[in-house]
Design a protein around this ligand. Sequence first.
Ligand code: GLC
Length: 499
Amino acid sequence: MAESKQWWRDAVLYEIYVRSFADSDGDGLGDLQGIRSRLPYLRGLGVDGLWLTPFYPSPGHDHGYDVADYVDVDPRFGTLTDFDALVADAHALGLRLIVDIVPNHTSNEHAWFRERRDLYVWRDEPNNWPSTFGGPAWTFDEERGRWYLHLFAPEQPDLDWHNPEVPAEFEAILRFWLDRGVDGFRIDVAHALYKDAELRDEVEPFPVTAFSSDWRAGIDRPEVHPLYRGWRRLVDSYPGERVLVGEVVFSDPARVAPYVRPDELHLAFNFTLLFEVWDAERLRATINGSRAALGDVGATPTWVLENHDVTRLPTRYAGGEPGRRRARAAALLLLALPGPVFLYQGQELGLEEAELDDEDRQDPIFFRTHGARTGRDGCRVPVPWTDGAPGFGFTTGSPWLPLPADWGGVAVSAQSGAAGSTLELYRRALALRPRGGGLAWRDGPPGSLVLARGDLTCAVNVSGEPFPLPPGELVLASDPSVQDNLAPDTAAWLRRGAA
Ligand code: GLC
């Protein structure tokens, strides 16, 4: 394992959406043994660590983000013994392993929701808060004759963090996994745990997009910061530089900054690029804005282009051949930026959003609230490992979401060792990626992004016209056509000569 101090400051962490990564037992769902069998692939890809989405027992209304038991493994994904073996194997290969913790809400099937009802947020009358998944954030409980709060689905009741029993429970949960050797936690909805104690009505306007928490004054409360300072002390008391990564969902990085002070979370997701369009000035402004807001507090912004909640990058960037080209160019931009990077499984294959028939869709939340033609399933389709194998080598059974029949060419087996493939581009970029140091913008033609990191220059053509490469030795290009010129929607890395 890398011994460098603050290894996380420029790490690449790879998100594994557990049920879609690799299935070892033929039930059509990915599992821990499946991940274990693919660790050499991840080592060979060149990432520093893995983030596992929730694998805890769960009825699956939000595919694991509705946890019924925080200190066990869902039998569909394996056992605690499998988990221990996975940690041991990952560490033996020098890979860190971070797990997802979901402290804002539990499943409505968690024993606490039956037996310890005061751990949740109740009211005689609902306030006007909407749920992120659509509809009101309150559901009436017949038995209690009161309303309970759920910022997400009704099957995900929110915990009352003002009740001191809740932080006490979670400290024990964190210790449980730290003692098992995890290298840290990704904290789900990290800004929302404490609600306005009086649960006052929100002042309009309400959000129009899912995952926009920007509007809500009843969350992002000051009480959450002492909690994370305590968690930081706890995590830092364990050996091995373990990390806390917050999912702090604000479009303005200035609102993320208070969470990543030196005595709070080590890192927080910076989702700005995830929602940015393919436009040079906007990309530059977004990168600069994130660096300014987070640099001010001594933090380092993280960079994210894909995750399990958002449409795949090539599809967001126009789809088809232009989308694929842009996504490959964006990969070189992403991996040239200073600071930690999160990759999402399949991003390194250039996977596009999968088209699914309505009857195959499994994201019940979006299915229910946004109509049958939307949802997050398209980015959650299992990884195609082997061209020509049944289930593309993901499973010997029937995959929980069907893989598109034409995915043979993007399978790992087809791209491995293939010159010019997206997988080889990622492998090479991860090997060459600069570590440490700052970023300096260089002048370039209109519609270009040219930045220097140490002796590496990254040039991206976001315009409609080709332009000449900046000086330096060409070491990597997003497209084989790049030689002296950079065609539209391509990128290159160049190294300054010794002279
Ligand atoms: C986070 C997760 C998302 C989940 C939600 C509720 O945003 O990334 O998948 O639905 O939290 O737990």
